[in-house]
Design a protein around this ligand. Sequence first.
Ligand code: NI
Length: 249
Amino acid sequence: MLLHLQTWEEVETYLNRSKGIIIPIGSTEQHGPNGLIGTDAICPEVIGRRVGEVADALVGPTISVGMAQHHLGFAGSVTLRPTTLIAVIRDYVVSLARHGFERFYFLNGHGGNIATTNAAFSEIYAETSMMRSGGNAPAIRCRLKNWWENPGVKRISSELFGDREGSHATPSEVSVTQFAYPEAIKRKSMGPIGPKQRDFADADDYRRLFPDGRIGSDPTLASPEHGARLVEAAVCDVAEDYRRFLAQA
Ligand code: NI
């Protein structure tokens, strides 16, 4: 159930049976020669919507621009600076908390969001934990879950792609977008896989080290069929994780 396709009365009715909401969070950034700019937003959105169906959960609007400063050396990439993203997450949660939502499950598609999202959770908790009468046990709970960090997804990625998965513009995430948007599949030949991982400081440094945008990956292996398997596995694991999150006292 998508929040933006409900009426306010339907949301009130939902709140009588659940205080939880799933919020996909991603990024708008280059994903190598054949990966869509929206890859990191598309993946959690596609998976989150299906989780919403199987877990009877509301799914909020996707936060589709994230913290992607290091990708700005490539055309089309957009970023929020960390302080802006913290403010966006905080205002999103506080708005919904006013209506009675208490469990905020952020389904993430971008590694670069992790530190900032966790900092946003601390800002949200601070409002309660620093209140004299609030103690440090806030009613609001937030969880950040990376869609790719599930046993089922990891097993399939490793079986299909092995050490050609890499860590950015991976065949797994490109497969999920090809499953979601087969009309937008790009065919592109690529050079050999570059360095697997190197420290980089920021956008210019990243572009110099990883000239076509990939990090250690071979996204020519992507296919919509692989994407279908990955989505199915992710939905299964994430729905289970979401239910556990709601059940926490
Ligand atoms: Ni990505």
